[in-house]
Design a protein around this ligand. Structure first.
Ligand code: 5RP
Length: 231
């Protein structure tokens, strides 16, 4: 049985695929997460149209899945421009600013989004919030060597901070595909995403944050019975 959220994800992914086909990318950036997984699962339906597309993925997991379906996957390191990017998000506010990185991939997500000419984000309706930070902390990826320095600085700045841990099996820190450690940072209720991004990025050792400000060209919000497109 599919839940309303599952159906909403499918609707958003289907709409994104339509958009991608109409934009005819040569290089398609693919994010990561459960909504993107649905998008990847739909790719073989359009094998003919997507056969000559080169995919650039933000996680080993997504790259593996896209390659398993028979599509061409390239390394991000040899690509400087991406035509279209499709990714999910954890929270979206009314200004289309986002928190991402729930899967610990915000660094590569931000690089590929930055390099992409057209950025599409696909979410189910539960991701819409009045204010960023309502439900999720902000992931901050740090160099392992800087873990304690950054942790202490963030505490001094008044943030609640936790080191992201592996939830199942043996305990340990989550390590990203870019070998960073993720700090989940809970900001005060009232913050300006752009300003906070600057504060965080000013700390040496911070590699990237999960705040995506002024990044989306289009957000496709799936509902159980429809999609809405924010631009
Ligand atoms: C991973 C991400 C994902 O896009 C985000 O967590 C949304 O995931 P899902 O589609 O599973 O809700 O930013 O780092």
């Amino acid at each position: 049985m599919f839940s309303d959220v599952d159906i909403a994800k499918q609707k958003a992914a289907e709409e994104a695929l339509k958009r991608v086909l109409s934009l005819k990318p040569r290089i398609l950036g693919v994010g990561t997460g459960s909504t993107v997984d649905v998008f990847i699962d739909m790719l073989p339906r359009f094998e003919k149209e997507l056969r000559n597309v080169t995919f650039v993925c933000v996680s080993l997991y997504s790259a593996y899945r896209v390659a398993q379906k028979g599509f061409n996957v390239s390394q991000l390191s040899v690509v400087s421009e991406v035509d279209v990017y499709v990714d999910g998000a954890d929270e979206i506010d009314s200004n289309m600013n986002m928190i991402k990185g729930g899967g610990g991939a915000s660094t590569l997500e931000k690089i590929v989004a930055y390099a992409s000419r057209y950025k599409i984000f696909i979410v189910d309706y539960t991701k819409l919030v009045k204010r960023l930070g309502e439900k999720h902390s902000i992931p901050v990826e740090v160099l392992p060597e800087a873990l304690n320095v950054v942790y202490k600085k963030l505490k001094e700045l008044g943030f609640e901070v936790s080191i992201r841990m592996v939830k199942s099996g043996k305990y340990g820190f989550v390590v990203s595909d870019t070998r960073g450690v993720i700090l989940d940072v809970k900001p005060s209720t009232d913050f300006d995403p752009k300003e906070l991004e600057l504060i965080l990025k000013r700390i040496p050792g911070v590699v990237e944050t999960g705040l995506f400000v002024d990044m989306a060209d289009e957000i496709i919000v799936g509902y159980p019975d429809r999609v809405e497109v924010l631009r």
